[in-house]
Design a protein around this ligand. Structure first.
Ligand SMILES: CC(=O)SCCNC(=O)CCNC(=O)[C@H](O)C(C)(C)COP(=O)(O)OP(=O)(O)OC[C@H]1O[C@@H](n2cnc3c(N)ncnc32)[C@H](O)[C@@H]1OP(=O)(O)O
Ligand SMILES: O=C([O-])CC(=O)C(=O)O
Length: 368
């Protein structure tokens, strides 16, 4: 086989790593995380259970979960330099770029940065998970000229994150719905951002660098940025009829409809989207306003009919976040914050079983 025959644009279907972390079993419609189905976990477990599963390899006992939560809370604070640096950024900076900058600054505070042992990496993973909600929310607030928000350690991890975002203590249902979104976003095999993180880690670079690169990857509209793009699209309409027009116009202009399609699920619904849709229904029942749900369902029908495409998680995460009162520029940073655990698991695995990523090219330049 020649090099030219082997080239697959976008590396579609190419096996890039061996991993014991996760696998999208599309035949059985399962998202496998350390041998368990994420969709089933979303019905009975919460985000911290999955965090423990991803980093420690098993679901936590009651005591282990309490220890984990305490460890994350101990790490809620960030060095004041992070806040000072965020204050220096131009106000037009996207919160994703603020988040990327904040993570990057953290590297300088790690006294053992060259220690890539399992123990050191796990500690960093818990440190980063503790700090990410703070960096995420305060990037946004500082860039909007608002005061810094202080974490509330009396609340659960997810409830505190939502509290920091909205400034009000969430109800039990709001906190549970937000927690479920974090769980669904926590890990997803080998998306572009995870590949990016593993490529960086494979040079024996550190976890901060790997995550910084992953934020940049996740920001793009074809990946995590889609959840914000979905909400801006929904906001262009105020009725089902108007939303249908918005979608048809985009299709006529050969534009992609954000929140639809997926490299791995291709012509099937992302199973996570179905769970988020249930959450949207719950929120609609509470406020009695089903307009966003109806618009989303109308969009689903058009995309199925016209393109044979189905929604991904971002399509339903967007209206759920909107109903939870979350500012739109925070949607993608929240996705990244939730994904930090999955990324850390991959960086740890890469460091533990490393071989440098260094592929070849199919040269199509001038003859020589
Ligand atoms: C949680 C997540 O990160 S999930 C991904 C979130 N991203 C989005 O929702 C962005 C919108 N979706 C897309 O751009 C794509 O479906 C991706 C990037 C997710 C997957 O892309 P790929 O596997 O590379 O498929 P590709 O972009 O080549 O699309 C294949 C065909 O389907 C069409 N298509 C794919 N997605 C869409 C879409 N959302 N809207 C309209 N057409 C689409 C393409 O135009 C292309 O058509 P063609 O063969 O006639 O040219
Ligand atoms: O798997 C992908 O390519 C993108 C995605 O859905 C995710 O990262 O959650």
């Amino acid at each position: 086989m020649t090099t030219a025959e082997k080239f697959v644009p976008g590396l579609e279907g190419v096996i890039a790593a061996e991993t014991a972390i996760s696998f999208l079993d599309t035949e059985q419609e399962k998202i496998i995380i350390k041998g368990r189905n994420l969709i089933e976990l979303s019905q009975t477990k919460d985000y911290l259970d999955v965090v423990h599963l991803l980093i420690e390899g098993q679901l936590p006992s009651h005591t282990e979960k309490a220890i984990l939560e305490a460890a994350l809370k101990e790490n809620y604070d960030v060095p004041s330099t992070v806040i000072e640096v965020l204050k220096l950024l131009p106000k037009q900076t996207h919160p994703m770029d603020g988040q990327r900058t904040g993570i990057s600054v953290l590297a300088g505070f790690d006294n053992q940065i060259d220690d890539r042992s399992l123990e050191a990496n796990k500690n960093r993973a818990y440190q980063l998970m503790g700090q990410l909600p703070n960096i995420t929310v305060n990037s946004f607030r500082i860039l909007n000229g608002q005061d810094e928000m202080v974490p509330n350690k009396d609340l659960s991890y997810s409830a505190n994150f939502l509290y920091m975002i909205t400034g009000k203590v969430p109800t039990e249902l709001e906190a549970a719905i937000f927690d479920r979104s974090l769980l669904l976003y926590s890990e997803h095999e080998m998306p572009n951002s995870t590949f990016t993180a593993r490529v960086i880690a494979s040079t024996q670079s550190d976890i901060y660098g790997a995550l910084t690169g992953a934020v940049a990857s996740l920001k793009g509209n074809l990946h995590g940025g889609a959840n914000e793009a979905v909400m801006y699209m929904l906001k262009e309409a105020s009725s089902v009829e108007e939303f249908e027009k918005v979608i048809y116009k985009r299709l006529e202009q050969k534009e992609k409809i954000m929140g639809f399609g997926h490299r791995v699920y291709m012509k099937k619904t992302d199973p996570r989207a179905l769970i988020m849709k249930e959450s949207l229904k719950q929120l609609c029942e509470i406020d009695g306003d089903t307009s966003l749900l109806e618009m989303c369902e109308a969009g689903e029908k058009i995309l199925e009919k016209e393109k044979g495409l189905y929604p991904n998680l971002d399509y339903y995460a967007a209206p759920v976040y909107y109903k939870l009162g979350i500012p739109i520029p925070l949607y993608t940073p929240i996705f990244f914050s939730a994904r930090t655990v999955g990324l850390c698991a991959h960086v740890i695995e890469q460091h533990d079983h490393n071989r440098l990523f260094r592929p070849r090219v199919n040269y199509i330049g001038e003859s020589y």
